[in-house]
Ligand binder design. Sequence first.
Ligand code: GRF
Length: 254
Amino acid sequence: MRIAVLASGGGSNLGALFTHFDEPRAAAVGRLVCVGSDKADSGALARARDRGVSTLVITDHQDGVALRSRFHEHGVDLVVLAGYLKLLPAEIVSAWPGRVLNVHPALLPAFGGAGMYGSRVHTAVIASGARVSGATVHFVNAHFDRGAIAAQWPVPVYPRDTPSDLAARVLQVEHRLLPLVAEAVAGGSLSLGADGRVHGHMGLMPAQPVPPSVRFCLTDNDLAPRDPVAPDTGNADAVARAAFAYDVARLYPR
Ligand code: GRF
């Protein structure tokens, strides 16, 4: 699938998508073909330019007809909102049914909806006394943060956490979870049914189980692999991403 990404800010989630779809397995099902932003000077557009990927500056975020035609020009099959702070026009949601994803830095349906973005989310989570937060990737409909949930992953909330501590911990999970869901949708293993429910699975189970020593543990060091000594791949980040994919896949057999 040809993937368009919309982002308003620094674009670290966009960076995680680029990294993920550089890998052969994901590259076989998806490619980022354009990046749009409502901010001409956003880090996200800078990342796209560095990669030689087409960029779109969205001057009127409500003009769905214009955005739809730009996406059609790029042959877009899947739209991923990676920190896009504007409500997506209905023309996009209806033109790509079941093909628009969004990442939210909390466990929806809690702590979501209009106005709930960035540090406001984490401030509300901490104020509530919740001991678990996390990231949600969901299919987008006409309402902020209300579409069917594709995948979630928890992170702990510690007593002395500041909103930025929690934001950083959740962002790590976003960087892992969003690309996995985008790959699963692009590859057809996960989809939004006509019944409005999510079908399929995060079919990324590796051939053999990843040894527990590199499985994720949600402790003070969050998503760092339990055993810093990565197996023969020599690439700790690739091993960590594989271990995360294994954990997520086990949670989402459908
Ligand atoms: C992420 O926390 C995302 O959940 C929220 O905005 C942030 C985007 O960060 N919507 P980045 O631009 O991807 O670094």
